[in-house]
Design a protein around this ligand. Structure first.
Ligand code: SF4
Ligand code: SF4
Length: 251
């Protein structure tokens, strides 16, 4: 099975699971910010940090829920972006309608935005990013009807179509920045197998995150870039079948 097929099953399967409580199925209860999955409560690390900063207090169940999600992401890397986030799913669906040219920005912008978000949460006593988090807005609007806040999602889609390929995720999203930092040392990475690489660079051309895949593989036989979402697009694109996602670091 191709990685893209598996990912679509997970992306849309999770959306259905979030909707399922309406029909009496309660495997997943909650939202993308905090959800009980088979009775285990997980919380988005950025949302959790915002809430803890805003409330200036420690709520132990929230801390545990955040730590569990941090542990998950520390092992699997920025997998939330590639496999769960509905904004990424939406941008992938409009991808083929965008022109080839794409404006680039500094990737460090999103880390600066992350610091600003946490400082503002502390100063205003509000989880500021959660008020405008496009992933939350998208889910809310799909489930409960479309409102003015949906213009934020439309703006991101327009930015994707007319200005920058995966621009929001690569350069601006503080949630993606959080997962990049947490997954920095994830042992689960795209790696080069013993099959000979034909140096066609298909993998690099396909990478939605603009990662210099060939350079990483030439240097270390693995993609150690913290921006990698483990989407598997590079693996699907490799006709020589020289790439795989594997565990552990090789030196
Ligand atoms: S970078 Fe942000 S919007 Fe993009 S997939 Fe990750 S969490 Fe979602
Ligand atoms: S390097 Fe491969 S797995 Fe990582 S984001 Fe790019 S295409 Fe996806």
């Amino acid at each position: 099975m191709k990685w893209i097929t598996l990912r679509r099953i997970v992306q849309f399967g999770l959306l259905l699971l979030f909707l399922a409580p309406v029909m009496g199925f309660t495997l997943v209860l909650g939202t993308l910010i905090s959800a009980s999955v088979l009775g285990i409560v997980l919380a988005d690390p950025l949302a959790g940090l915002e809430i803890l900063s805003a409330s200036k207090s420690i709520y132990l169940p929230l801390v545990i829920a955040v730590i569990l999600m941090i542990a998950f992401s520390a092992i699997l890397g920025r997998v939330y972006c590639g496999w769960v986030c509905p904004i990424n799913t939406t941008l992938e669906l409009v991808d083929k309608h965008r022109p080839a040219n794409s404006k680039t920005f500094s990737r460090s912008i999103k880390y600066k935005i992350l610091i600003i978000v946490l400082l503002l949460s502390l100063l205003t006593s509000l989880p500021v990013y959660e008020l405008i988090n496009p992933a939350g807005i998208l889910i809310r609007n799909i489930f409960f009807g479309f409102g003015p806040e949906f213009s934020i999602v439309m703006g991101i889609v327009a930015f994707e179509l007319f200005i920058s390929k995966r621009g929001w995720c690569r350069y601006f999203c503080p949630q993606g920045a959080t997962y990049s930092l947490i997954g920095r040392f994830s042992p689960v990475r795209v790696r080069l197998s013993d099959v000979e690489c034909k140096e066609c660079h298909n993998c690099e051309q396909k990478c939605p995150m603009g990662i210099p895949v060939s350079d990483f593989l030439a240097k270390g036989k693995e993609i150690s870039d913290k921006e990698c979402t483990r989407c598997g697009e590079c693996i699907d694109a490799c006709k020589a079948k020289a790439l795989y996602i594997g565990w552990g670091r090789k030196y």
